[in-house]
Write a protein that binds this ligand. Structure first.
Ligand code: FAD
Ligand code: NAP
Length: 480
């Protein structure tokens, strides 16, 4: 076996090469699939609480950090500070980062379960939910995931070319992802150019004609999914007014005394903004939240012209359609109703309806069982031994990084318990993934990419210029 140290991409040439010493029988080999927050936080916990554990973090892309790199908005650099903690974890001698390896393509769950004592799946959610209304596939209807991936430089999305030639963008959904997109589109190019937004997106956004962004939700202000910090930020955007529809706020003020504190504060902020709202003088941008509307049809033949909505009334906080409809013109539509996980391996107990792996506190249920099955007590009968899931793949696509961290610590704790209680037995040494003939990007390879991105950023007065070509990433990682 040759484990190249000079080359940052490992190319193991001797057949039968194994990275683990088979003599070390007490070693606990764990494979984490996905190098996002869920994967890194689980690794951090395992390093601290599971003695003699050896962790491989296997990642589809040549670069780590998942949605922290490809989701978090470029104008929120402080959120990306978690990368420093992840880096410490990755640089621990008991951890290997193995980038450019994909579950479902380069290896299967069966392979991993054979080669590791425990396997933790944290491969996130890389598709998006659809609304399933007519004309949702028109060219000017994008998903928020695509739009975010485009401005954040996820390989494969650099040629999305969203059509920003019209004046109105409609965001369907009122979560923080929708707010992120609204803010990026309504920000000035001067502000964005100091961020790590990709150069091609900056260039396209600086030529954008979008002046009005509609943020359409099916329920009311009291149910809005965005949070106060994000709302406050958009209310303060320069050269942009926020225009609320007063009818959306009927009976809202009366509810204030009964609201929990966070909901009360955000509602007060909306009411304050409503009471202070000015008429547009037609020169600046406009952000316009619209409530109680569900899209039923996208109108247009070659491109979007309008969206038809049904008006909803609320019963027990649920949106119930009425007979009233409303059509609102738009030039571009972005569906922002949530990401969606996919099944990377057909052996998994994957709940296609919820879009996550069937699990209880991270332990993956046997394929014949569902989460609600309470009749089986014996852990060995109920769960796939040594197989776990965490992060958005296990919980569904909601929750900020902190939520993901807490959930992942909890799952990592279950793994520790299962080792300590001998549910996972470490009698047999496990070899870990056979890397022979594979082009794997190690942590040193990522550091080389990182260094080059920062160098290119300095030239442009920004923190980094992300490299979007996989080929280029691999070549830099290989020291070429
Ligand atoms: P991910 O971050 O998606 O990580 C999954 C990893 O698995 C990825 O690296 C992916 O490439 C890899 N992978 C996928 N498939 C495979 C495969 N088959 N084999 C191997 N690897 C694979 N939270 C905040 O606290 N603040 C914010 O400002 C914020 N902004 C956000 C903005 C957007 C647009 C989005 C969508 C989310 C944002 N969040 C934010 C939420 C936060 O990003 C998530 O809580 C968190 O990233 C979920 O972590 P995860 O590890 O489950 O998934
Ligand atoms: P989200 O917060 O769950 O919001 C989804 C939105 O889509 C909600 O308004 C929801 O309305 C709506 N929706 C869902 N299904 C719909 C349908 N069929 N028709 C119409 N509307 C529908 O999801 P997200 O915005 O994708 O964010 C995901 C997570 O990442 C969240 O936890 C978010 O806080 C986090 N995040 C955080 C930040 C930040 O901290 N700055 C930034 C981005 C993302 P209902 O409420 O009626 O279901």
């Amino acid at each position: 076996m040759q484990l190249s140290t000079g080359n940052r991409i490992l190319k193991l040439i001797s057949t039968g090469a194994r990275l683990a010493s088979s003599a070390n029988t007490a070693q606990k080999r764990i494979c984490i699939v996905g190098a996002g927050p869920a994967g890194f936080y689980a690794a951090q916990y395992l390093l601290k609480h599971l003695e003699n554990s050896q962790i491989d973090i296997v990642e589809k892309l040549p670069v780590p950090f998942g949605l922290v790199r490809f989701g978090v908005a470029p104008d929120h650099p402080e959120v990306k500070n978690v990368i420093n903690t992840f880096t410490k974890t990755a640089e621990n001698s008991r951890v290997r980062f193995l980038g450019n390896l994909t579950l479902g393509k380069d290896f299967s769950i069966e392979d991993l379960r054979r080669l590791y004592h425990a396997v933790l799946l944290t491969y996130g959610a890389d598709k998006d939910r659809t609304i399933n209304i007519p004309n949702e596939t028109l060219p000017n209807v994008l998903s928020a995931r695509e739009f975010v991936a485009w401005y954040n430089g996820l390989p494969g999305f650099e040629n999305l070319n969203p059509d920003l030639s019209g004046s109105t963008l409609t965001l369907l959904g009122q979560g923080n992802v929708a707010i992120d997109i609204a803010r990026i589109v309504l920000s000035s190019a001067d502000d964005l150019k100091k961020t790590d937004i990709t150069e091609y997106a900056l260039e396209a956004l600086s030529r954008s004609n979008i002046k009005k962004v509609l943020l359409v939700g099916r329920r009311g202000p009291l149910q809005a999914a965005f949070t106060i910090k994000e709302l406050r930020e958009i209310l303060k955007l320069p050269h942009c007014i926020t225009s609320w529809r007063p009818n959306d706020f009927q009976n809202v003020e009366e509810c204030l005394p009964d609201l929990q504190r966070p909901r009360k504060r955000i509602t007060e902020l909306m009411l304050k903004s409503l009471s202070e709202q000015k008429r547009s003088d037609g020169t600046g941008n406009m952000f316009m939240p619209i409530f109680h509307r569900s899209p039923v049809k996208i109108i247009g033949s070659e491109r979007v012209q309008a969206v038809e909505y049904v008006a909803n009334k609320l019963i027990d906080s649920r949106a119930i359609p009425t007979n009233e409809t409303e059509t609102i013109e738009t030039d571009l539509v972005c569906r922002s109703i949530g990401y969606l996980s996919t099944n990377a391996d057909k052996s998994l107990n994957f709940d296609a309806r919820k879009g996550c792996i069937s699990n209880v506190a991270g332990r993956v249920l046997k394929k014949t069982l569902t989460g609600s099955d309470q009749t089986i007590d014996d852990i060995e009968d109920k769960y796939e031994k040594g197989l776990y899931a965490s992060g958005w793949l296990a919980t569904g696509p909601t929750g900020v990084i902190l939520t993901t961290m807490n959930a992942s610590f909890g799952v990592a704790d279950s793994i520790c318990k299962d080792f300590h209680n001998n549910i996972i037995r470490v009698g047999d040494a496990k070899a870990g993934l056979d890397l022979v003939g594979r082009q794997v990007v190690t942590w040193a390879g990522w550091k080389a990419i990182d260094k080059e991105e920062c160098r290119r950023g300095v030239e442009k007065g920004k923190p980094r210029e992300k490299i979007v070509s996989l080929k280029e990433m691999l070549s830099i990682a290989d020291g070429k």
